[in-house]
Write a protein that binds this ligand. Sequence first.
Ligand SMILES: Nc1ncnc2c1ncn2[C@@H]1O[C@H](COP(=O)(O)OP(=O)(O)OP(=O)(O)O)[C@@H](O)[C@H]1O
Length: 276
Amino acid sequence: MRIEWSHLNKVYTSQNRPRARRIGLLDFTAAARKGITAVLGPEGSGKSTLLQLTAGLLVPDDGRITYQVTEGETVIWSKGRAAAVGTSALGSLKSRITYIPPMRRMNKSISLEKYLLYHAQLGQMPYPRRRVAELIAEWGLAAVRRVPLSAIPGEMMKRVMLVEMLLRDPLIALLDEPTAGLDQWGKRLLWRELRRLAPHRIILIATRDLRWAECADDLLLMESGSCRRLGPKKLLTANVPEGTVAAWYEMMQTFSNHRSRPRRGTFIADRREKGY
Ligand SMILES: Nc1ncnc2c1ncn2[C@@H]1O[C@H](COP(=O)(O)OP(=O)(O)OP(=O)(O)O)[C@@H](O)[C@H]1O
């Protein structure tokens, strides 16, 4: 199992101001293997764009994503494939990818319990009623189990989305800021569940919660839409005395600030030529 991103580019244009363009991804090339990959990077570095492209919710302007699902089964997502067949280019893989946005409200009148039961049945979970009841209790959602989704408060919706993911049992899980809105107990529960799923799935987590990112096997550091560093967490964090993700990230940002600060009288073009 593997996901390969090859020379991905994504530029956002505004309908009102077509000349105002923002770079989402810039020649992004990297790969993710089985396990948990923490996608790190400063605000606006392209973490969410990467997850949404990988979920098939956005179409790349250029480049391709290759999903090696099982031995001999390869699926490709690119502008050409999207133009030819739309999201059905992802075929049955689409239903095995779960994307969880940072926060979501749902305008649905169906009760939480019925909604989760529907997803358990969709995911062909054995004993769906029992599993839904267990997860509702475990994630502290019993008080709202008969409440319509539209009336569930925002911070609780994060837990609903995570339970939905566990019921669907995806092959690829893409979580954007999954700990935002979770308390310590929720964070621990999510850590445990993701570690349980990790050996047989590809899990990408875009997060600014560097302590929680310790649950990852691999770290992918983004900068200005590109992949700046990718590798096993153990190997990368071994280079910093504290040995933590937070310390490694801080060190990388210090270098980054140093690199991007133009020296007096140095033009950007000069810096490129000199390979800064
Ligand atoms: N829908 C959009 N329309 C216009 N520009 C966008 C859109 N989504 C993202 N961008 C821009 O693309 C760039 C990358 O944004 P993205 O949200 O992918 O980064 P991020 O690393 O996830 O940031 P954050 O940590 O703030 O969520 C930013 O400059 C952002 O302003």
